[in-house]
Design a binder for this molecule. Structure first.
Ligand code: GTR
Length: 327
């Protein structure tokens, strides 16, 4: 009880402080993030907020609600579409079931490297995807880096595709990721990020998949000590705004928001590169067993049915071809 009261008081105090900080702002955009304070995505949106405040001479501010304070990603996406939340930084994964263009950069092994992903997302295919948000009550502002995602589990070292047989992995709430895991011979359970730790701990699932910084900051490495560097996904992250909140701004302020979002991208990428290194070092030090010697060819070959199922329209086929042709 006392604990709850203390937390409650601390929360109230921080909300009061945040409101005081935002007091001079004419408009304060509330932005959601599942990650804790200091995580590169949170820091980048904060940096965007500082740029915006300075460039608008204190009129426009951003308040980042980190650590899933506003809810888990799937729910916050809906709230952003309704305009209850002004801005949201999420993975493209939870958009897959809503906006089909987002499936393309979420396809397993579509990118050869993070560099390839950044080049594509900075180019016309990236713009096409940002534009697609406007049909869904959202404005696509910018893409962030999410590194590459690999499987980790609590049971055993996975050194080949055969080792995955029958295992149970959490995936983001995207049908395509369920099919991806099934195609690898394992079972997928879509669930919110915040439920993964306890689900591994209690044996509801054997593991999950993510990049180094998330594996580290979520504490999943404490309960799932085997990490296999199969790098099946290089899913970009995206910063979106509620269309209703965007439409309330003057054309001049809309331009300021778009520009500050773009300018936060290099900030995020630098923070990301540094964080990947510190997170990898931290989990190594904690005694995680990392399996790096893994033949990715069978993993890539197993993805053929996933591509066949999801890359169906001419538009998506062309996007895939454009990505593959990007050097
Ligand atoms: C992280 C990503 C989050 C969230 C999470 C997840 O890498 O940054 O936005 O999607 O993965 O697996 O749910």
């Amino acid at each position: 009880m006392t604990y709850v009261k203390t937390i409650g008081a601390a929360l109230l105090a921080s909300v009061a402080l945040a409101s005081a900080a935002a007091a001079s702002c004419e408009i304060t955009l509330r932005s959601s993030d599942t990650h804790p304070d200091g995580y590169p995505t949170v820091a980048a949106v904060n940096a965007m907020g500082e740029m915006l405040k300075e460039r608008s001479e204190g009129r426009l501010c951003i308040e980042v609600f980190h650590s899933a304070q506003l809810g888990e990603e799937k729910d916050t996406i809906e709230q952003t579409q309704f305009g209850v939340i002004d801005m949201n930084r999420v993975s493209l994964g939870p958009f897959n079931n809503i906006i089909e263009e987002t499936q393309v950069p979420s396809l397993p092994y579509i990118f050869r490297s993070v560099g390839h992903m950044n080049k594509v997302m900075d180019g016309p295919v990236g713009q096409q995807i940002l534009d697609a948000f406007s049909d869904h009550d959202l404005v696509g502002l910018a893409f962030y880096d999410g590194g590459s995602r690999s499987f980790y589990n609590s049971e055993k070292p996975i050194a080949s595709i055969d080792d995955l047989a029958g295992m149970k992995f959490r995936v983001m709430q995207s049908d395509m990721f369920v099919d991806m895991v099934s195609a690898l011979g394992a079972n997928a359970t879509p669930m919110p990020y915040g439920e993964v730790y306890s689900s591994i701990q209690t044996g509801v699932i054997d593991g999950a998949e993510n990049n180094w910084p998330s594996y580290d900051s979520s504490g999943h490495f404490e309960v799932a000590k085997y990490y296999t560097l199969d790098q099946h996904l290089i899913v970009p992250e995206v910063l979106v705004m509620a269309k209703s909140s965007f439409d309330k701004l003057s054309a001049e302020d809309q331009a300021l928001v778009r520009q500050a979002a773009r300018d936060s991208v290099p900030v995020m990428r630098d923070l990301w590169i540094a964080r990947e290194q510190t997170s990898e070092a931290r989990v190594r030090e904690a005694g995680v067993q990392i399996i790096t010697d893994i033949d990715k060819t069978p993993f890539i070959e197993a993805m053929v049915p996933v591509y066949e199922k999801y890359v169906t329209s001419a538009v998506l086929k062309e996007m895939v071809a454009d990505i593959q042709a990007t050097k």
